[in-house]
Each structure stands twice: as C-alpha cells, then as structure tokens.
Design a protein around this ligand. Structure first.
Ligand SMILES: Nc1ncnc2c1ncn2[C@@H]1O[C@H](COP(=O)(O)OP(=O)(O)OP(=O)(O)O)[C@@H](O)[C@H]1O
Length: 235
C-alpha cells in the first residue's frame, strides 16, 4: 500500500469563522473514497485545500511527499466549476485551454468521454444545462492522468440514468494506482464503488473507515452513515 495523501493538524478559518479544525487524514493509492457530511460540514473546503485552491490554512498537506501547492496541483485533478470562462466559450475552446495548461491532458480520452456524455464540442457554456455542465466537468477531470481525483458533488444535476452509467464507468477512467475522493449526498448510489468512507462533522473528521469494516457491522454504508446522526434526531 502506498501512501498518497497525508493531512496533519489542518485548521482553516475564513472571516474569523472556524471551518476546519485539527483535521488528520491519510489516503493510500488506488482507492475510491467517499467524503460524506451534512451541508456546510466542510467537504468542499477540504477539497479546495487539498487542491491548492484555498490557501492560508494551518497544518500540513502533502501529496506524494510534495507540500508545495504548484506541485500538488500537477498531480491532482479537481472538478473545476468553470467559472473562469465566459458564457460564450465553446466546449472545444475549454478543451484547448486544458490542453495548454495541463501536460497530462489526454485529448483522445476527452473525445471518448465527450461522446459518452453526449456533448457537442460546438456548444457554448451558456447553452449547457446544469447536468450537461457537470458532465463536461467530469469529462475534463478524467481526461487528465492524475494520481488523485477530487470530485466535489459531481452528479447533483445529472439525471438518474446518466448518473448510473457514469458511476458504473468511473473506475475505468482512472489508472489502477490513482485514488478518487468523491463527495456525494446520495451515498447508496456510489456505495458499490467504495473502498473507504470519510465523514466530516463538527469541523473535523469524525470517522475514516474501510467499506468492508462498515459492511461487516451494518446493513449498508447508507445505514451506517445515517446512524451517525440518529442521536441528534432523538434530541
Ligand atoms: N467564503 C466563505 N466565507 C465564510 N464562510 C464560508 C465561505 N465558504 C464556506 N464557508 C463556510 O464554511 C463551512 C463549510 O462549507 P463547505 O462549502 O466546505 O461545506 P460542504 O460540506 O461542502 O457543504 P455542501 O454539502 O452544502 O456542499 C460552512 O459553514 C460555510 O458557511
């Protein structure tokens, strides 16, 4: 087992508000890991810190031994929200940008994924529905040959049928040794894929377990996850 990502004593404040506190996490290569937690728990923030987008945190984040943000960014592929592009940008122009920026961007892989997602390269970003935009983001994210893929609620606007097709194929879009960290509010949809589960609660990581460990003691990963909040509902 090779150590891929190590986060030690990570704390993060924004506008004097504590968003993450004393986060410690270690992920190995070749895993599919769910990042679960309620709205506002800090999942996006944690991914943004790992991705090198959110800065000024306290603690250490190291990806294959690299702590510097530029070096981390070169090794990971994060679901960008495409906000840097104007509405009139065409899909093919976004791809051109990715080819120029990321040396690991594989054009052939993008073509395959674009067809899988049924996207027309001539379409402008303004013409894409929410689900279509998410499909484009997934296609772009997996067209890079990265060691770590960070998927932040990648399917929230995608219809159920397409979601199923994508989830069933995700494992084919990465190299064996690459790890995927994925946040999703519908854990049962991705549970079959999962090797590990990380739960963020009260500004920190509450649990980090293997999927097998969870399945041994629970009916399903969803049932385990809901159980973590059951006491609160009783109050
Ligand atoms: N720019 C900001 N300024 C201040 N607080 C922020 C900012 N962005 C996020 N937060 C706060 O940080 C906390 C964590 O937000 P984050 O988006 O990381 O949560 P999340 O777990 O991804 O939620 P969701 O499931 O709704 O996507 C929230 O309490 C939110 O209010």
């Amino acid at each position: 087992m090779t150590e891929l990502l190590t986060i030690s004593n990570l704390s993060y404040k924004k506008n004097q508000k504590q968003i993450l506190h004393d986060v410690n996490l270690q992920l190995d290569s070749g895993k599919i890991v769910a990042l679960l937690g309620e709205n506002g728990a800090g999942k996006t923030t944690l991914m943004r810190i790992i991705a090198g987008v959110a800065k000024n945190y306290k603690g250490q984040v190291s990806l294959e031994g690299e702590e510097k943000e530029v070096q981390r960014k070169a090794k990971l592929s994060f679901t960008d929200n495409l906000t840097g592009f104007s509405d009139s940008t065409k899909i093919k122009d976004v791809v051109e940008f990715y080819i120029n920026i990321f040396t690991d961007f594989d054009e052939n892989q993008f073509e395959e994924l674009r067809k899988f997602m049924k996207l027309d390269p001539e379409m402008k970003l303004s013409q894409l529905s929410r689900g279509m935009k998410e499909k484009l983001i997934i296609a772009l994210t997996f067209s890079r040959k990265a060691d770590l893929y960070l998927l932040d609620e990648p399917f929230s606007g995608i219809d159920a049928m397409a979601r199923k097709r994508i989830i069933n194929s995700i494992i084919l879009w990465k190299e064996d040794q690459a790890t995927i960290l994925i946040s999703d509010h519908f854990v049962n949809e991705i549970s079959a894929l999962l090797d590990e589960v990380v739960v963020v609660k009260d500004h920190t990581i509450l649990e980090h377990k293997t999927a097998d460990e969870i399945r041994e003691g629970h009916e399903s990963i969803e049932e385990y996850y809901e159980g973590l909040y059951a006491d609160e509902e009783d109050e």
